[in-house]
Design a protein. Structure first.
Length: 64
């Protein structure tokens, strides 16, 4: 998500991912889950966050 209209979806998600946008401020979420916020805008930000999640899940798999 990238704007206020995505707040409900992001708060319901297991892994909320906020992609920065040049058009919107980063929405403020009220949830206890870890929230990923991209450094970059648009597709580059999406790629950045997906790679972070993949790394996290692969690290957890190696530990188990």
């Amino acid at each position: 998500g990238d704007s206020g209209n995505d707040i409900a979806m992001l708060e319901a998600a297991d892994w909320p991912v906020i992609i920065r946008s040049p058009s919107h401020e980063v929405p403020e979420l009220h949830c206890d889950k870890p929230i990923l916020v991209s450094e970059h805008n648009g597709p580059e930000g999406w790629n950045e966050c997906i790679l972070q999640l993949v790394d996290k899940f692969l690290s957890e798999q190696r530990e188990n």
